[in-house]
Structure formats: C-alpha cells, structure tokens
Design a protein around this ligand. Structure first.
Ligand SMILES: C[C@@H](N)C(=O)N[C@H](C)C(=O)O
Ligand SMILES: [Zn+2]
Length: 225
C-alpha cells in the first residue's frame, strides 16, 4: 500500500515537472538539454541585475536559445572542458517584453537601485544611446548570449577586468584600463567563441552572436520558463 502511494507521488511529481516546461517554438531548445554541464546564472530572473528587480518575461531560471547557436556553443564547452574550464551564462534568449521593461526603467530617473554596482559613472537615460542596452536586441532573435569562463572544478569566474553588465569603457573589449591577465582572459573567450562561429561586441566583452543566426529579422516575445 505504502509503495503504491510512493509511486503515485513520483508519477504526480514527474507530470508536474513535465508540464512546468513549455513546448518551445521550432528551432529553440533548452540549453541544458544539449549542454548539461553548462553553468547558468540567469540574472534577469533575479534581482541581481542593473534594474535591481526581476525582469518581465523571465518566469523560471532556465536557459532557452536557438538550437543552431546551442549546437555551436556545445563545441566551445567541449573544448574548454578539455582545458579544465567551462562556460557560465548570464543571459541567452530574451523576450521583447523584457527589453520593454528595460526601456521603461531607463526613463524612471529616480530609480537608481543598482546604479552603484552596474553604472556608477553613467546617467541611466544614456545607456541605450551609448550601446549598452539595445531596444532591438540580438538576444530576442534567439542567437545572442552573455557569458564568461569559469574553472571546471570550483566554478570560479576568470578575471575579465569588469563584471558582467558593468556599463562603462572598462567593459569595452579593447580597453586599456585592464591588466595583462584580464586582457588574456578576454582574448581567450573571444577567440574560442569566434572559432566556433560567433562574433563579439566591442562595448561588452561578454556579449556574442552566432554569425549565421537562424532568425535574422524576428524578435520573439515568448516567456522564459
Ligand atoms: C544589457 C546587456 N546585457 C546586453 O545584452 N546589451 C546588448 C547591447 C543588448 O541589449 O543586446
Ligand atoms: Zn548581451
């Protein structure tokens, strides 16, 4: 009898788990299904981001991305693993409603909750103009990603000279404000991404887009869950 009850709960739990994930649009995948070992810290699902609050459209801490880009990233992860390193992703597919949230936030000048950590030297109204946030983002096309490298053993981030989403010249790939090790780490990340078909972004060392992205003109808005 007890066993039956146990099996019943296992069945209910597994069904709930299945129903908690959506059927993704064609050409999209859950990244963890393809790259199980990848590290994820989905910042816009949390309040640890430049807005200081959870962002619209991020309904669960799962990473969704185009299958084409994910397959290319799998090769990056494999190569890094062989060298005792791994990838850590901060954002991948981003619904357009999240971008709308960023836009509304940028106009609320009295809300400076996360200014000190993410944009201490800039006026938030200029973040779009300066290219740190896009109103039509590659992330919403499903093949752009924000990521860094961590050690395989203890998941420690390599020193890139500035943290993810720190908006300012020190995050520009070519800045002279960083030391030789930080420069070497940025070059390692960019080189391995380029080798597998991605291009970087001059103003943010962590931001990459698949060159042959499958959806070049479509800005998706389905939720992340
Ligand atoms: C907001 C930041 N993580 C980012 O992704 N910026 C680029 C420019 C974008 O919004 O596409
Ligand atoms: Zn980005």
């Amino acid at each position: 009898m007890k066993m039956h009850r146990y099996l019943f709960f296992i069945f209910i739990f597994s069904q709930t788990t299945i129903f908690a994930q959506q059927k993704l649009p064609k050409g999209f995948s859950y990244v963890k299904d393809i790259i199980p070992g990848i590290n994820v810290d989905l910042r816009y699902y949390s309040s640890h981001n430049f807005v200081g609050k959870k962002i619209d459209g991020y309904k669960s801490p799962v990473l969704i991305w185009s299958t084409a880009a994910t397959n290319a990233l799998k090769k990056v992860e494999k190569e890094l693993n062989a060298q005792g390193m791994s990838l850590k992703v901060f954002d991948a597919y981003r619904p357009q409603k999240a971008v709308q949230h960023f836009k509304r936030w940028a106009l609320q000048i009295n809300d400076t909750l996360s200014k000190r950590e993410f944009y201490p030297n800039l006026d938030k109204r200029n973040l779009f103009k300066l290219g740190y946030i896009a109103s039509k983002s590659g992330h919403s096309r499903g093949s752009t990603i924000d990521l860094t490298i961590v050690t395989l053993i203890d998941h420690k981030e390599l020193d890139m000279g500035s943290p993810f989403d720190f908006f300012g010249p020190i995050s520009h790939f070519d800045t002279e404000e960083i030391n030789a090790t930080q420069k070497k780490n940025r070059i390692m990340l960019k080189s391995i991404m380029m080798k597998h078909g991605f291009k970087g972004y001059a103003k943010e060392w962590w931001h990459f887009t698949l060159i042959h992205e499958p959806y070049q003109k479509t800005y998706f808005d389905f939720d992340v869950y």
